[in-house]
Ligand binder design. Structure first.
Ligand SMILES: NC(=O)C1=CN([C@@H]2O[C@H](COP(=O)(O)OP(=O)(O)OC[C@H]3O[C@@H](n4cnc5c(N)ncnc54)[C@H](OP(=O)(O)O)[C@@H]3O)[C@@H](O)[C@H]2O)[C@@H](O)CC1
Ligand SMILES: Nc1ncnc2c1ncn2[C@@H]1O[C@H](COP(=O)(O)OP(=O)(O)O)[C@@H](O)[C@H]1O
Length: 271
């Protein structure tokens, strides 16, 4: 049986800065995302993280995605430095990234902080040294498990649990209902998103939201890595609620969804 996770639960997992906080104590999220083929995914992840609220978003990558990220978000820092959670793989093919990006990806995976493994980084989960949170869609999870996509879709919760146990990871399986499974058999589900959310790039934004939530809970995660699961479910709820606001019953763009994140969070915090 899964526990349904909604706005009330998500509200408890928003880190509110206090007077003594600075940008580093709030949390730095690092991105090794995007590629020559999919530079837009880099922009969407950084945009979503900044709109979720974080001390700093650090983006490391090749020239073109870096330029696009800076053009959209000049507050992004593109120099190396400390990071409390990584987002790796959105907008990348596992074996088709440039040398610099591959080296940055290796460094991120070797950093023992919580790491979101999305899209092209899913197959590197075994190499990640920090708490792992995988964010596959059903097609990607089928590939990871060596199953048919139809089989995964027929028992999405079971497939997420199996992958979480096999990979000692938190697995967030995307879909109309999003399942979050942990390696101990825990299962959460979130279903706040309208079907209009099925549009290219919304998954890249979800990875950014999740990275921001992990970075802003770095100390708590160090003490209890088990909270990665409710944080992942919180990302799915925020993403779904922001999508609902952006949609209002119709289509929307991924940047529209990102623009609704601050108001979504304000409303959760106001209760
Ligand atoms: N603006 C940008 O830069 C964007 C960049 N992006 C980046 O593109 C890269 C490729 O990602 P991708 O998900 O498009 O393809 P891929 O990994 O080949 O999928 C494998 C197979 O899975 C299936 N499948 C697909 N979606 C499914 C779903 N939701 N639920 C269930 N099944 C689904 C489908 O199977 P089929 O339908 O063919 O049977 C497909 O053939 C990745 O790095 C991503 O970050 C995108 O985020 C878009 C915006
Ligand atoms: N039918 C649906 N209803 C609600 N949300 C959906 C639906 N289909 C997909 N989504 C959501 O849209 C996002 C799509 O992510 P993903 O498949 O990774 O696409 P992309 O790689 O193009 O960003 C996920 O957050 C997923 O939960």
């Amino acid at each position: 049986m899964d526990a349904s996770f909604g706005p009330e639960q998500a509200a408890r997992w928003i880190a509110v800065p206090g007077p003594a906080d600075d940008k580093y104590s709030r949390g730095v999220v690092g991105f090794v995302t995007g590629s020559a083929r999919y530079p837009g995914a880099a922009v969407l992840g950084v945009e979503a993280a900044l709109r979720t609220g974080v001390g700093m978003a650090r983006y490391l990558g090749a020239g073109r995605p870096t330029r696009l990220v800076l053009q959209r978000r000049p507050e992004a820092v593109t120099a190396e430095g400390r990071v409390q959670a990584w987002v790796v793989g959105s907008g990348q093919d596992p074996d088709d990234v440039d040398e610099l990006t591959a080296a940055l990806r290796e460094r991120a995976l070797a950093d023992p902080v919580p790491t979101v493994l999305d899209a092209g980084a899913l197959s590197f989960a075994g190499r990640a040294t920090g708490t792992r949170v995988l964010t596959p869609h059903a097609g990607e999870l089928a590939r990871l498990l060596g199953r048919d996509r139809a089989e995964v879709e027929a028992d999405a919760a079971g497939a997420a649990l199996e992958a979480a146990s096999r990979l000692s990871a938190v697995v967030l399986l995307k879909g109309h209902t999003t399942y979050v499974a942990d390696a101990d058999g825990g299962l959460l589900s979130a279903a706040s998103a309208p079907a209009w959310t099925a549009t290219a790039g919304t998954g890249d934004a979800l990875a950014g939201i999740l990275g921001a939530l992990l970075a802003t809970h770095a100390l708590e995660l160090e003490a209890d890595p088990g909270i990665a699961a409710p944080l992942a479910a919180t990302a799915a709820v925020l993403h779904g609620l922001a999508a609902e606001r952006a949609s209002g019953g119709g289509p929307f763009t991924v940047l529209d969804l990102c623009a609704e994140l601050p108001a979504t969070i304000r409303s959760l915090l106001a209760g």
